[in-house]
Ligand binder design. Structure first.
Ligand code: NAD
Length: 309
């Protein structure tokens, strides 16, 4: 039985499991305790998006594992953890399907004008004129997947069920290229041919602003761009300009340069509702009941594996 700190809400089934086997201190809800009040006794923590930095590691003499509830460890001070002999784990693929399904939720919403239709019906009643709401089907359309890793592959699999033609661009793919019917192409070809473009690459120095003004210019006028990966991959100001000018048909962002819990949201310096054909979701692509249960269960088994030595 270990003492574990859980800073943010996790799936109730995982929390129950944890509480059956360990002493759990919560950083959220009515039973919340500040980390500092229990730091001396904590052997494991399971942070989600809240950063876990050097000051907390220094305050935790018996800490043995920081199990990130999610993909990546950019919110954890890994150097400080390693120096203190604390292991850092993360869950690489627990929300792959959740993100992939969100891509189609956004792609379909854009191509079928769901947000506009709902707004019009809510604001002004049943529309007499519906020609501006004529949609485009996914079947037969070309999907361009930038980054063919865990999520890119799942998106490709779902796309084939929709009857889409699939193009893939990923410079690190092995020579045999993508699987099945997906065709491996360079980024330029993908931009020129795709009607739905979905990004699934990590944010690094070489992928920052991967989609900027020049890339947007190459896209078809009926193309919609979906980014569920990381803000910083898309130049938001250039995107807003393209949407204003109507040189692409739409865009959906689940990740924004300014992701903040308070204050108004802006995309490229503008309120999202003012930008035509733009949809924004607040970084929820990976967040489903199923993915939260799966990610939490894996993070808990990571903790138990480290503590068992
Ligand atoms: P992954 O590591 O499995 O795949 C990334 C792929 O990108 C790799 O195949 C790599 O070769 C490729 N790549 C790297 N540089 C490239 C480039 N310049 N052009 C084309 N391809 C390139 O990652 P994943 O699990 O599929 O995750 C993809 C992204 O989704 C990550 O940025 C991750 O942070 C993000 N994500 C977001 C959410 C959310 O809730 N919105 C949830 C999970 C993951």
């Amino acid at each position: 039985m270990a003492e574990i700190y859980v800073p943010e809400p996790i799936h109730p089934s995982v929390l129950e499991d944890m509480e059956r086997r360990h002493v759990v201190h919560r950083g959220f809800g009515p039973q919340a305790v500040p980390y500092e009040s229990v730091a001396e006794r904590i052997e494991a923590v399971m942070p989600r998006s809240e950063p876990f930095r050097a000051d907390r590691i220094a305050a935790s003499p018996v800490l043995r594992v920081i199990a990130r509830h999610g993909v990546g460890v950019d919110t954890v001070d890994v150097d400080a953890a390693t120096a203190a002999g604390v292991q850092v784990t993360y869950v690489p693929a627990g929300n792959t399907n959740a993100v992939a399904e969100h891509v189609f939720a956004l792609g379909l919403a854009l191509r079928r004008h769901i947000a506009t239709a709902h707004r019009e019906v809510s604001d002004t009643g049943w529309p007499r004129e519906k020609s501006h709401l004529v949609g485009e089907e996914l079947s037969g359309a070309t999907l361009g997947i930038i980054g063919y890793g865990n999520i890119g592959r799942r998106v490709a699999a779902i796309a084939s069920a929709f009857g889409m033609r699939v193009l893939v661009s990923d410079p690190y793919l092995p020579a045999e290229g993508a699987e099945g019917d997906a065709r491996t192409v360079g980024l330029d070809t993908l931009l020129l041919e795709s009607q739905l473009i979905s990004m699934h690459v990590p944010l690094t120095d070489s992928t920052r602003n991967l989609i900027g003004a020049e890339e947007l210019e190459r896209m078809r006028t009926d193309a919609v761009l979906v980014n569920t990966s990381r803000a910083g991959l898309v130049d938001e100001r250039a995107l807003v300009e393209a949407l204003d000018a109507g040189t692409i048909a739409g865009a959906a962002l689940d990740v924004l340069a300014a992701e903040s819990a308070s204050g108004p949201v802006e995309v490229g310096g503008r309120p999202p509702a003012e930008v035509p054909h733009l949809l924004v979701t607040p970084h929820i692509a990976g967040q489903t009941a199923q993915s939260l249960a799966a990610v939490g269960a894996t993070a808990l088994s990571d903790i138990e594996a480290v503590l068992a030595g």
